[in-house]
Design a protein around this ligand. Sequence first.
Ligand code: NIG
Ligand code: FE
Length: 401
Amino acid sequence: MSELAIIRDGGMLIRDGKIDAVGPSDDIEKNADDAQVVDLAGCVVLPGFVDAHTHLMFAGNRLDDFERRAHGETYVEIAQAGGGIWSTVEKTRAASDVDLLAQAKKHANWFLRCGTTTVEAKSGYGLTVEDELKILRVMRRLDEETPLEIVPTFLGAHAVPRDVAPVSNSQTAESASYKVTAHYVDLVINEMLPRVTAERLAEFCDVFCEGGYFEIEESRRILSAAKKLGLKLRGHVDQLSNCGGAKLMAELDATTADHLEKTDELGIVALKSRNVQPVLLPGSVYALGSTSYPRAREMIETGLAVVLATDFNPGSSPTPSMPMILSLACTQLKMSPAEAITAATINAAYSLNRGNKIGSLERGKLANFSVFNCDDYRELAYWFGFSQTSSVYVKGERVNW
Ligand code: NIG
Ligand code: FE
């Protein structure tokens, strides 16, 4: 992860949206015939960032939650008091397709401006069959209508909706809530997943595995059903408590296990046993005002292909900026700038099943790259809080923003 294979005074020849050659720019120019020359002298050119964990599709924002946290309330308290994921679900359900698409395009533009050219995007703010399908269909349109590449993930199990029918014959409040959750898990498995896969609306399935959301057994049922239908697996695990989520993702041969703030040594060993890629999301730790960062060094030293992502969402991580994540990775996770860039590009590309197409600047790959106004790649993680992006190219075309 610490070997970036930098080419000083490098050049690329691009043809039909793909990289045809990479090397010293003098050699490239000699073989370029009458190609148009774009002079990027004095800049750093990197593969476009691949952001492998976002919740890009939502309506509105969570400014009230944000302000309440500033006054000392926690993420869980705010969710219980009517804020949290549920409040975004209500706004997202109420939004028309046109409005949802317009807001998603605004978000997509933010990602591009930060130098990101591919994002994974999750549903999860619908929580009914029709609303989850609506989000995934709008996501597909977004992919068609923006240069940003979108990799879709179904996250029907993001939270149990507050308006699923209450179960009247339960003895206690606890057993009533258990039955409501079981009922919703059935809906995800029996109705949502078959529709999502029949319409080919997602490549991955994710769950929020956490006490109060979906417990281990519920997460196992949902992810196993998704796997049978041909989806690959990702999971929000061990974010707020160490409840065995990393182990579950290993058992299910998931592609990634995300968050992992509370994962211990045994969890890391489990991930390594199946080479499940950790996706670390320091933006959400920072924005929630926590100090509980995941154990990135141990993961890297164990040989895991660690990924960094923004977790862009209105509640716990309102940032589309991969450079901000690089800064947090170096200052809080103690990753080197080179490790952080590997985690945000090629490792992330592999975690999205696209390691042969994007994530590095090599012959045959898509000409997706970002140009930054600095002359040492480490500056990307070092300066923080402003943009150093000067231009972004997708399939060889400069992106307008
Ligand atoms: O990744 N943990 C669950 N989901 C998101 C938060 C979503 C929200 O608060 O709207 C996360 O942190
Ligand atoms: Fe998330």
